[in-house]
Design a protein around this ligand. Structure first.
Ligand code: GSH
Length: 315
């Protein structure tokens, strides 16, 4: 396969892309690396992975292969030297099971830098649980594949360079919970295929910080906070409206007969209360609240009352 053209669409900090880089390095396959900007995806990426539009994509002689674990298996089948998957069907199935399990780390780890409070704590707890399960599977073996660095190691070791970001965001030590995994990670890093493919943990952390800032700009408050804020605005608005009405009614009762003086003022106050409710209604629906917080019917009594008063004033 000397004339093979192998192109990898990837991004530096992607654990999924790193899997492919390691597999290609293990097999000694030269490839062209193309860094993608995921905020402005290249036409080639969109053409090669039209379904998910995600990296990594391996383009082998013009044909795309998507999804990191599928790519690694493809590489293992096409370039047979230094097999990564075991030949025994049962062992192969087990290796695929654990490689698939590894990605639970991605979703739990993500919560450490995309969420706060209870959600972040639950992400940390889940992450530790998943890591401990993986530590149990590793046991006292040097690699997940036994004595040989194999498919599960390729799938999992890219997360090793994310550990620093997880630990810093979650303020905990993975080594404290999973010392064997840390020893395994260091052992893997002694392989050139791994050390040259993994991102610098500090660069991963920098990336996480940038993403955190971007998220904070997009969504300064969580959806739950937002809901609470809309509800309390609504409640405050109702209290203000009712207080305004009481003031007007009491003032009228203690001064002159209700609609003798300036009925238009009374009308104006009631109308403004009415419009205030409708405005809140618009805000709530524009924010895609589930169901309108204030329905037009809530404002109907104010509208009727104000119209009656105005009509009486005109007579
Ligand atoms: N299951 C996929 C995950 C790939 C993935 O999530 N890639 C991310 C980068 S780490 C991506 O391309 N994101 C761009 C997007 O979601 O638009 C795999 O194993 O290849």
């Amino acid at each position: 396969m000397a004339n093979d053209e192998v192109v990898l669409l990837d991004t530096y900090v992607s654990m999924f892309g790193m899997r492919v880089r390691i597999a290609l390095a293990e097999k000694g396959i030269p490839f062209e690396y193309r860094e993608e900007n995921l905020r402005n995806k290249s036409p080639l990426l969109l053409e090669m992975n039209p379904v998910y539009k995600k990296i990594p994509v391996l383009i082998h002689n013009g044909k795309p292969i998507c999804e990191s674990l599928i790519i690694v298996q493809y590489i293992d089948v096409v370039w047979k030297d230094r097999p990564l998957l075991p030949s025994d069907p049962y062992q192969r199935a087990q290796a695929r099971f654990w490689a698939d399990y590894v990605d639970k780390i991605f979703f739990a780890g993500r919560k450490l830098w995309t969420t706060k409070g209870e959600e972040k704590e639950s992400g940390k707890k889940e992450l530790i649980e998943y890591l401990q399960v993986l530590e149990g599977e590793l046991g006292n073996k040097p690699y997940f594949g036994g004595d040989i660095f194999g498919f599960v190691d390729v799938a999992f070791v890219p997360y090793y360079c994310w550990f620093y970001a997880y630990e810093t965001c979650g303020n905990f030590s993975i080594e404290q919970y999973c010392p064997k995994l840390i020893a395994w990670g260091k052992r893997c890093m002694e392989r050139e295929s791994v050390s040259k493919s993994l991102a610098d943990p500090h660069k991963v952390y920098e990336f996480v910080q940038i993403m955190k800032k971007r998220l904070a700009k997009q969504d300064p408050i969580t959806e739950l906070d937002h809901r609470k804020k809309v509800m309390s605005d609504h409640f405050n608005g109702q209290v203000c409206t009712i207080a305004m009405l009481l003031v007007v009614i009491l003032w009228r009762l203690f001064t002159l007969p209700l609609w003798e003086v300036s009925p238009s003022l009374f009308h104006a106050v009631l109308s403004s209360a009415h419009f205030d409710l409708l405005r809140r209604n618009d805000i709530a629906s524009a924010d895609h609240e589930s169901g309108l917080i204030v329905s037009t019917y809530d404002a109907l009594p104010f509208w009727l009352l104000s119209s009656l008063v105005a009509a009486k004033g005109m007579n």
